[in-house]
Design a protein around this ligand. Structure first.
Ligand code: COA
Length: 324
């Protein structure tokens, strides 16, 4: 018998406020045409002033628990990926734990920026495979609007706020060939590229939280290369090829990155789940938001081969291959 982590429920939450490209063009020197052509983004959601990352996360978590048909008491562990925690400490995951009414188990944050959800999924999967947890809530939640320089047109048009969550549960299975759940995880980082995408502040380096800074074209180039190579690594590890993929659910940074990645893998564009047009880049929240959308609307079905991949600041990048 092999113990695998199976997704038993997904949930998501987006703040009510929609900010269109036209609205942004009223405050910075940009246009709807430029943003759509270079990124595929039409609009993004922005959290209300009194909404924190944990508030978004709690809403997504509740929906995922409802979809899974279980209550917070069944959760052994919360792993929350975020770059925009409510405060420097405590971990935002513990705020979510309290808001859900949980008094047992453990909760902590993982920080790998836009690759955060893949890192969190990998950590949760390891806890389950080792028998240290049976049911884990994995959340990606961000309020990137708080760390954007709203006068910098090269970055402020790219990001949005939101949260997504999945519930993973252990399943003992016998049939190796039909095994459901997370089949493999692949994580990478290369800290030499930290200056390509970073926040110019933080508790140990300055008095301020700081704002996001980015060398866009350099990030773009590395994103395509790294995402293609990690997807090939995941396929090879499972003796699969691109034609076996039912759904690619990538981190949503830029539609051109998604198109280029699919093209290099010779993967049909209609197998790629796209939300960047409506959500923009929600960093660690983008993959669980997309997973949630595609599972709720019936595109992702039980038994499908689903591959998720991401690349972010650090650089960090990674992929998880799942038989749903
Ligand atoms: N509106 C209008 N013009 C803009 C603009 C905006 N919002 N942002 C930049 N420009 C201008 C630039 O100033 C530049 O003008 P110049 O030629 O007069 O200097 C021109 O558009 C081209 O800029 P460039 O940066 O070369 O454009 P690009 O095609 O590389 O697209 C990004 C810029 C940011 C959209 C693209 O590089 C990208 O998506 N990078 C990856 C970002 C990312 O995914 N980050 C997160 C990773 S997790």
């Amino acid at each position: 018998m092999t113990r695998q982590s199976v997704v038993i429920g997904c949930g998501s939450y987006l703040p009510d406020r929609i900010v269109t490209n036209e609205e942004l063009a009223r405050s910075v020197d940009t246009s709807d045409d430029w943003i759509r052509k270079r990124t595929g983004i039409r609009e993004r959601r922005i959290a209300a002033d009194d909404q924190k990352t944990s508030d978004l996360a709690v809403n997504a978590a509740k929906e995922a628990l409802r979809a899974a048909g279980i209550g917070p008491d069944n959760i052994d562990l919360i792993v929350l990926a975020t770059t925009t925690p409510d405060e420097t400490f405590p971990a935002t995951a513990t705020r979510v734990q309290a808001a859900l009414g949980m008094t047992k188990g453990a909760a902590f944050d993982v920080q790998a920026v836009c690759t955060g959800f893949i890192y969190a999924l990998n950590v949760a999967d390891n806890f389950i495979r080792l028998g240290q947890a049976n049911t884990v809530l994995v959340i990606g939640a961000e309020t990137f609007s708080r760390i954007l320089d709203w006068e910098d047109r090269t970055t402020c048009v790219l990001f949005g706020d939101g949260a997504g969550a999945v519930v993973l549960q252990s399943l003992e299975q016998e049939n190796e060939r039909e095994m459901r759940g997370i089949l493999s995880n692949h994580l990478h980082s290369d800290g030499r590229y930290k200056d390509c995408l970073y926040v110019d502040g933080g508790p140990s380096s300055s008095k301020f939280v700081g704002k996001l800074r980015m060398k866009g074209s350099e990030v773009f180039r590395h994103a395509v290369t790294n995402m293609v190579s990690v997807l090939e690594e995941a396929l090879k590890c499972n003796n699969l090829s691109a034609k076996d993929i039912d759904w690619l659910v990538p981190h949503q940074a830029n539609k051109r990155i998604l198109d280029r990645t699919a093209q290099k893998l010779k993967l049909s564009p209609d197998k790629v789940v796209v939300t960047v047009d409506r959500h923009a880049n929600t960093s660690a929240a983008s993959i669980p938001l997309a997973l949630s959308e595609a599972s709720m609307d019936g595109r992702i079905q039980k038994g499908d081969i689903v591959v998720t991949d991401a690349m972010g600041s650090g650089f960090t990048w990674g992929a998880s291959l799942i038989r749903w």
